[in-house]
Design a binder for this molecule. Sequence first.
Ligand code: PAF
Length: 296
Amino acid sequence: MLETTHSPTTPLSPPLAPKLVTTVRELRAAVRAARAAGCSIGLVPTMGALHEGHLSLARASRAECGFTVASIFVNPTQFAPHEDFDKYPRTLEADLQALASCHTDLVFAPQRDDVYPAGCSTAVEPPRVAQRWEGECRPGHFRGVATVVLKLFNLVQADVAFFGQKDYQQASVIRQMVRDLNVPLEIRVCPTVREPDGLAMSSRNRYLSVDQRSQAVAISRSLRLAAQLAADGQRQTAALVDTVRGVLAEAQIDRIDYVAVVDPDTLEPVVALSGPSVMLIAAHVGGTRLIDNWKI
Ligand code: PAF
């Protein structure tokens, strides 16, 4: 952890930019030095195009761990050929500045060949919790996610890794993988960060036009409304799903991949609420696919 000392009379100097490393050798040397200095290691895996959601993870790591590594790697294996890998925003300079404000110590931004050297042909078979929802809509996605995340865990050898609840199923997949494969690290899942009007922060929000941006807010509005109905006593999840679909239809969001109320651990659908559940949504606004979820 980089200590900055200041007195009330001296202005705060801007936070130092994190050290940027691109090779595995540099990464390992920096992590080894931090460990030798007695620091615990926190990892914040990202694909860059950082927003407040990512920064909340970097801050959580900074609060818990002595040395924070953020990885920035747009992982090709989690995108299907028709998806947005090529146009996914790459904003390294801005990302470094944003991470500086969170006092992140190190940024690991590898090239594709460092992560997937020629001849690399092993992949992680994701756990059962990966099968439904995103797993059905994006075949192969979680295999790519689980593989790259396990690689990052092995490369960085962190003590704690931080993920956002916005990607609820992803967090479940990673938690289960860590359990199943005895990965020696702890997973923290931090709350979704939202825009003031409720839209969940996502790197893909920047694809939205002004009109689509105002349509997209219906997603979180519909979830909030359904959660309120549940709190008021509605136990039938079909009624909650209908409510959500109604709000989305009013906003002319008509390409919905799924709306579901699921068990928070297994992600299996729930028919009648009898305990904590999670409502999951994936829908397309214009050409942009957005996901969100809400605990009920
Ligand atoms: O959530 C993401 O940004 C990615 O899926 C992750 C975890 C960094 C793996 O590429």
